[in-house]
Ligand binder design. Structure first.
Ligand SMILES: [Zn+2]
Length: 316
């Protein structure tokens, strides 16, 4: 992770990835392509799943990543986004384990099969050319339903490649399928990370963080978020830390929200969800900042928020 500019974060993640997880005991994070099972929230014998699906990537874009990326469903940006999501849950479980929490919860990050959408029925509509987030998420859910992939406790993350789709932006999720384990949405959540947008307009480190960001939105409950530092939205659990007089280092939940609300304020585009820098878990201000760096290391508030949300929804 060349853009994680905290040496300790790098080494810690390098250790936690496989070795430390083996020692977690009850709480386990595994990556597999295992079969899914239907369950109800609160049934701890059935794993909580995070399934990551690769969308279609045009040949033109694949060429940027070299000949090896011409085949297969997981070009480097998608592979890195998946690895970032895995690392996020490894961090959460390591945090929880240190506090003897989530001991019996099994969380798995899996690779899902590719998602390809057929041409829209109304090819001349705006939604066919530039689908809205709502349309995209609706098609995604329909595809999951047809594949019988809904389990009542899975977060389905679609990695899409739509760099020009301003309606989807960097991605997002919408209720009633915005929260995993929420009975109103049937228990499964869908979310989209527009890796095409982050790759074209920003950088790989932003791609990693947005993949984590859009996934964790489906875990964080608003009541838990409100309990932590009086945050009013998930973004405020993020951190923006000044590591030099002109450099701000931004964690996943703060990504796209840490800079001033203008074009090129941090990320090329600013997020459109709610936020208030004064309420961030930590925000060192943007005055004099010229360099924006991104770390996949979750803020402590985010780790606590995800741990607590999982406890409330899937614990005893
Ligand atoms: Zn967000």
């Amino acid at each position: 992770m060349p853009d994680d500019d905290t040496a300790s974060a790098r080494s810690r993640l390098a250790v936690t990835r496989r070795e430390a997880l083996a020692a977690i005991g009850g709480a386990a994070l595994t990556t597999s392509t295992g079969t899914t099972a239907t369950a109800v929230a609160g049934d701890r014998r059935v794993p909580v799943l995070v399934r990551v699906y690769p969308g279609a990537v045009p040949l033109r874009a694949r060429l940027w990543y070299g000949r090896d990326a011409l085949r297969g469903d997981w070009p480097p940006p998608f592979r890195d986004a998946l690895a970032a999501v895995e690392s996020a849950f490894e961090q959460v479980l390591a945090y929880a384990r240190d506090r003897e929490r989530l001991a019996d919860l099994d969380i798995r990050v899996e690779r899902g099969p590719p998602i390809r959408f057929p041409p829209a029925e109304t090819p001349l509509s705006a939604d066919a050319v530039v689908p809205s987030l709502e349309t995209l998420l609706g098609r995604f859910r329909e595809r999951l339903r047809k594949r019988d992939a809904l389990t009542n406790r899975t977060c389905h993350l679609l990695l899409c490649w739509s760099p020009l789709n301003y309606r989807v932006g960097y991605g997002g999720t919408l209720s009633p399928n915005a929260l995993i384990g929420d009975p109103d949405g049937g228990g499964d959540a869908q979310t989209v990370a527009n890796v095409g947008a982050t790759e074209v307009w920003d950088s790989r480190s932003v791609s990693r963080n947005v993949a984590i960001h859009e996934t964790l939105h489906t875990i964080l409950s608003s009541d838990v978020v409100a309990d932590i530092g009086a945050a009013v939205c998930d973004h405020e659990l993020g951190a923006a830390v000044r590591t030099a007089p002109d450099t701000l280092r931004i964690s996943p939940m703060a990504t796209a929200y840490a800079g001033p609300d203008r074009l090129g304020g941090g990320t090329r585009f600013h997020g459109t969800g709610c936020y208030d820098h004064d309420r961030f878990y930590r925000h060192d201000g943007t005055e004099g900042i010229e360099n924006w760096s991104y770390t996949t290391e979750l803020s402590e508030a985010t780790r606590e928020g995800v741990t607590r949300s999982l406890e409330r929804r899937f614990g005893d």
